[in-house]
Design a protein around this ligand. Sequence first.
Ligand SMILES: Cc1cc2nc3c(=O)[nH]c(=O)nc-3n(C[C@H](O)[C@H](O)[C@H](O)COP(=O)(O)OP(=O)(O)OC[C@H]3O[C@@H](n4cnc5c(N)ncnc54)[C@H](O)[C@@H]3O)c2cc1C
Length: 404
Amino acid sequence: MTSSADAVVVGGGVVGASLAFHLASRGMKRVVLCERRFLAAGASGKSGALVRMHYTNEPEARLALASLPYFHHWGDVVGHGSSGFLRTGMIRFVSPDNEANLRSNVEMLRRIGVATSVIGSSDVRALAPYWRADDATVAAYEPESGCADPVATTHAFVARARQLGAEVRLQTEVTEVRVAKGRVEGVTTTGGAIASPVVAVAGGAWGLPLLRSAGVQVALQPVRIQVSVFRRPPELAALHPVCIDGINEMWLRPEGPEWGSTLVGVSQRQEISDPDQAPEGVDAGYVRRARERLARRIPGIADAPMRGGWAGVITITTDGKPVLDRHPEVDGLWFATGDNGTSFKTAPAVGRALAEWITAGRPEIVDLRPFRAGRFAEGAPLVGAHEYGEREAEDTQPRGVSVG
Ligand SMILES: Cc1cc2nc3c(=O)[nH]c(=O)nc-3n(C[C@H](O)[C@H](O)[C@H](O)COP(=O)(O)OP(=O)(O)OC[C@H]3O[C@@H](n4cnc5c(N)ncnc54)[C@H](O)[C@@H]3O)c2cc1C
């Protein structure tokens, strides 16, 4: 094992994996990825892994769009393994009072190159014959979107990074980023010290103590979110699109053998302090709620058997957008945090942009300035011009978190 590196990546989730791959593929010789447990142990292993471009802010849509070729052409772009991408198309429902916002967002997305259009309820019925669609006046459709396998994606990035020379240390927690005279010197880990001029923290909710101890000041809140899986009856066996349903505050995707089940995540917000203490299983109350919500869109699923569920931990910011930046006062320290439950699909471009920044001095593939940590202190949060302001119906407290 080396005790020095050109770069240390903290975290073996999809973002750290993507970054390690991109650093190694850009010719960095000694990349060391440290993961305190195992690959995809955090949010990545629990992800719904929807791959869609429909965001209400252009910078994040650009990240998703720049990531799409990885999912469509994984073998050519990454060169090992698979992301398990399934192209289903994506339908985005919004409440009727958001029709003008939806049209504006589709216009913005088309301008930057996303294949998308506004469709009506008869189009929805053609795309998803057993879905209810009479509650929506319009929806957005993306024919090139779908869903992936988040665990396979993480492993494939890491395997390719290894082939390119990266070293992966599992069960190795980074306990300190060592800094001297305003420069990163390396890290202390449970397996010893590693000297390195570059450290990039992509630790998800588990990485927050490290970021705080390194002086990253952004408000970051870990939140536990749940999903459950329902097996559709035989008459609903046909593959359905992935969907973000702003009317029912949920997202869904096909799941399981022959895609005969539907995975659903309902908007929720359970703030926690220690992600290691958050139960990984699904709560009975959540399952009841998910079934009821899902049946509003797919009535035939009301009596379908529940086949499982799980919970994961994401990190939210006050504007709901990620933070992708370098430390303003510590040379050599980068971080990707505040995933807000929507950062699987953007991980390819995030890893590439950070690798470009680290190796070439600035991100090329996408402009990361909108994601700077300082935006909160500047009073300039990242807010889309036509956000939907969706709110969980029964929430009287702060907004639920819609992931996907
Ligand atoms: C239920 C659920 C559904 C989701 N659905 C979608 C979706 O449909 N589409 C989408 O785009 N996104 C979705 N997301 C969000 C997406 O999964 C996350 O944004 C993404 O996986 C974050 O990846 P990450 O690598 O930043 O963090 P994580 O996957 O959390 O990985 C961080 C890793 O760092 C390790 N680590 C932390 N601290 C240290 C340390 N000090 N030393 C060493 N290792 C450390 C952790 O053990 C962990 O493995 C969903 C998330 C959940 C939970």
